[in-house]
Design a protein around this ligand. Structure first.
Ligand SMILES: Cc1ncc(COP(=O)(O)O)c(C=O)c1O
Length: 373
């Protein structure tokens, strides 16, 4: 094999598919020469953050030249009070992605493996392979014993091997929007061997109102190997600032802290997150808006005869019944950015983030036009 820079990379990185982010609005408008485009591609909060956040950001400006609080004292204190845990149980991340990466760096090696489900969030294989660890993908439900494309926790347990050190459970999962119920998840956490870290990724926690949906943070005191991750990027509307967190027992948080960059969460993100936690009403408004938007999509998909995966998140995946790449491109021409999910082995599907009512309507009208041609 001829020597290339890529050959020099560790084996896992050579085979790695880089994360494909949603297309930015500015890029679409530049490329297609259009204006007023809408982006429903990255599960962002269409309401934006609370006004309290904007105020906190203004107040943070004078400290621009200072390093942030590397221990995140105020944010950890606010989270600890809200979640009723000790501040030592919290790990702050540059987005919850960062926390997922800290798990991989802290617990995986080229001699170990991580287990996750088929169709699970794309960052799990990335952080696993970047370390040179083996990715072990458990088959998802086929629709007979659980929601189609949803995590099959029995299959995930069966996939755990001697060398497994981490198992990732996305609850709910992105891009499927599927979720696992409290009794099942709890039984799963109980059965995972002690030498395996169970990551329960609750990035969309605040949006979920399904009966039986668990709050895994409540179990952290019982399981030394449990880590629950959450984020300010979705329901709190702070995606651009990059701030998320993990909740675990202090001993696990200590491992993550050892591999964490000292100033991984900037001052603006910390101040904004504290302010966001104070505005419950804004959070509720966003959640209610999402619920209505979800109904708007479901009703129209049904009218159009399109199959979709019922979702408890702020996005929904729909089977276009066509080559989704072509539908995606046709929607771009209509000024609508959605997310292709070809890399998730869900043929025919596109994922659409729930936006403002008018954005949802524009997206649905454009989809109907595209599918009618
Ligand atoms: C399931 C899941 N986990 C984690 C994340 C990471 O989000 P962030 O790094 O913005 O906190 C996302 C973002 O899309 C997600 O969908």
């Amino acid at each position: 094999m001829p020597q290339t820079i890529l050959n020099l990379a560790v084996e896992g990185v050579q085979a790695l598919q880089p994360y494909a982010p949603g297309k930015p609005l500015s890029e679409l408008e530049r490329e297609y020469g259009i204006t007023q485009a809408i982006k429903l591609a990255s599960n962002e909060n269409p309401l934006g953050p609370s006004p309290l956040v904007l105020q906190a950001l203004r107040e943070a400006f004078p400290d621009l030249a200072r390093y942030p609080d590397g221990n995140g004292f105020a944010l950890k204190a606010a989270l600890a009070a809200k979640l009723d845990v000790d501040a030592a149980c919290i790990t702050l991340g540059n987005g919850s992605n960062d926390v997922l990466e800290l798990v991989a760096r802290g617990f995986l090696s080229p001699q170990s493996s991580a287990v996750f489900s088929a169709h699970a969030f794309a960052v799990y294989p990335i952080v696993t392979q970047a370390i040179g660890a083996r990715s072990c993908v458990a088959p998802a439900h086929d629709g007979s014993r659980g929601p189609r494309f949803g995590h099959d926790l029995q299959a995930m347990l069966a996939a755990i091997a001697e060398d497994t050190r981490v198992v990732f459970v996305a609850n709910p999962n992105n891009p499927t929007g599927t979720w696992v119920a409290e009794d099942r998840l709890r039984a799963f956490v109980e059965q995972v061997p002690d030498h395996v870290i169970v990551v329960v990724d609750e990035a969309y926690f605040e949006y979920v109102d399904a009966p039986g949906y668990p709050n895994a943070v409540r179990w952290v005191g019982e399981f030394p190997n449990l880590l629950v991750t959450r984020t300010f990027s979705k329901a709190y509307g702070l995606a651009s600032l990059r701030v998320g967190y993990g909740v675990s027992q202090a001993a696990l948080a200590d491992v993550l802290n050892r591999v964490r960059q000292p100033f991984n969460v900037n001052s603006f993100a910390q101040a904004a997150a504290v302010a966001a936690l104070e505005d419950e009403r804004h959070l509720e408004r966003g959640v209610a808006l999402n619920r209505e938007g979800m109904q708007q999509f479901e009703a129209r998909f049904e009218a159009l005869g399109l199959n979709y995966i019922p979702s408890v998140g702020n996005f929904i995946s729909v089977d276009t019944g066509r080559d989704p790449g072509q539908v995606y491109t046709a929607l771009l021409h209509e000024g609508v950015i959605v997310r292709p999910v070809a890399n998730y082995a869900m043929p025919g599907f596109l994922r659409i983030s729930i936006g403002l009512p008018e954005e949802n309507r524009r997206c649905l009208d454009a989809l109907a036009r595209v599918l009618a041609t």
